[in-house]
Design a protein around this ligand. Structure first.
Ligand code: PMP
Length: 402
């Protein structure tokens, strides 16, 4: 009898990890590789937040806490939802987990039975479909297009919904495209959801604070109050406060769903790290200046990358509203030949060529469900980005008609 469970056969190994492994291998062989694959801010956690975590350890806040989070953190989250999103969640409607990852996993584990479908706009964060599969559900991809700014259109949502659909996973600003939805765009989608009373929405707001040029953030559950009872609002401190390693995410939603999620968490990881929770209180209630300061840096990097990619033959790049990703179109390099004589047949061939010939690690679009594109994370230094884009320009210019 095989050791490993059948459930594992439903989950693919992460293509992003595969690229990272290849980049590390090249580096170990002495090659100079610039990694533009990571989905985390390169900044450090702000000092005041670190200090709160250190103090918590010092005074012995190093024990188990309530499974679903410290009451003081839930109060801070309730205040944040009200302040930033206009959403009313009482503490019993809030759960804190070990990152947005765990909160999403809890939600899917608590709600999906075999055959249940989850609509995921493509391109999507690679973990969404695999988490759905792990929980026994079926991911259904709803395509977007570059012409529509990589945003889901109401008719595409309508077409993806069946009698078996339980969730729509809505992520704005989006990983991997950086696309963010306006109030009107969310409202139009919410009208489709409202027509399907069994359909619920996961609003993944993790990139909420990473928005540029004055673009205003709107949370799905706040746009259409009729859907508040069918929305789970997921967020976390990882991206906004450069706290990816602290592992704190949270969600607000109807209390019956939150209780079910806490039940899953109680028999898996139990409470999130005690002193990380204390640091998260400081992040949410302390000075927020770091958000604007870092946003200005991210915006300048986005503009640098979009501008330089425009100079790369065969590539084009939409200027996204938020997050720290761009999703360049590489249709113009498909069919061309590399200096070594290989033919570029796909975005995967192109990213392999970039890694081998230019020492730049990016992730191909097939991984995110919409091709031929690739994802660049600009959460790295301006010098690295300038050099990486220069190399991409050179590599693209070296391709010839096959
Ligand atoms: N949602 C999206 C769209 C993400 O990109 C990520 C991180 N890559 C997460 C959720 C989870 O982040 P964390 O667990 O660090 O909160």
């Amino acid at each position: 009898m095989p050791l490993l469970a059948k459930r594992l056969e439903r989950v693919k190994p992460s293509p992003i990890s595969a690229i990272r492994t290849m980049a590390i291998e090249r580096q170990a062989q002495g090659h100079d590789v610039i990694g533009l694959g990571a989905g985390e801010p390169d900044f450090d956690t702000p000092d005041s937040i670190k200090a709160a975590g250190i103090e918590a350890i010092r005074i012995g806040q190093t024990k188990y806490t309530q499974v679903d989070g410290l009451p003081a953190l839930k109060d801070a989250i309730a205040a944040k939802f009200k302040r930033d999103n206009g959403l009313d969640y009482a503490p019993r409607q809030i759960i804190v987990g070990s990152g947005g990852y765990q909160v999403l996993y809890n939600a899917l584990m608590a709600t999906l039975d075999a055959g249940d479908e989850v609509v995921i706009p493509a391109p999507y964060w690679v973990s969404f479909p695999d988490m759905v599969r792990l929980a026994g559900g079926t991911p259904v991809s709803a395509p977007t297009s570059e012409e529509n700014g990589f945003k889901l259109r109401p008719d595409a949502l309508e077409r993806a919904i069946t009698a078996k659909t339980k969730w729509l996973i809505f992520n704005s600003p989006c990983n991997p495209t950086g696309a963010a939805y306006s109030y009107d765009e969310i409202e139009a989608l919410s009208e489709v959801v409202a027509r399907h009373p069994r359909l619920w929405v996961i609003a993944d707001d993790i990139y909420e604070h990473l928005l540029y040029d004055g673009f205003r953030f709107h949370s799905f559950g706040a746009v259409n109050p009729a859907l508040y009872e069918r929305t789970l609002t997921v967020n976390g401190v990882s991206k906004a406060y450069a706290m990816t390693g602290w592992r704190i995410g949270y969600a607000g939603g109807p209390s019956a769903l939150i209780e079910a999620m806490a039940k899953i968490q109680s028999q898996s990881t139990s409470n999130p790290v005690s002193f990380s929770q204390v640091a998260a209180i400081e992040a949410l209630t302390g000075p927020q200046d770091c958000l604007a300061e870092r946003n200005a840096i991210f915006r300048a990097r986005r503009d640098l990358v979009v501008g330089m990619l425009k100079q790369a033959p065969g590539l084009s790049c939409r200027r996204p509203e938020g997050a720290f990703f761009v999703y360049p179109n590489c249709a113009g390099v498909i069919g061309k030949a590399t200096p070594a004589g290989a033919r570029i047949e796909s975005s995967e061939d192109f990213v392999t060529y970039l890694l081998d010939a230019a020492g730049v690690a990016v992730v191909h679009g097939a991984a995110f469900g919409l091709d031929p594109y690739f994802r660049i994370s600009y959460a790295t230094s301006t010098e690295n980005l300038r050099e990486a884009c220069r190399r991409i320009q050179g590599a693209a210019a070296a391709l010839t008609q096959a």
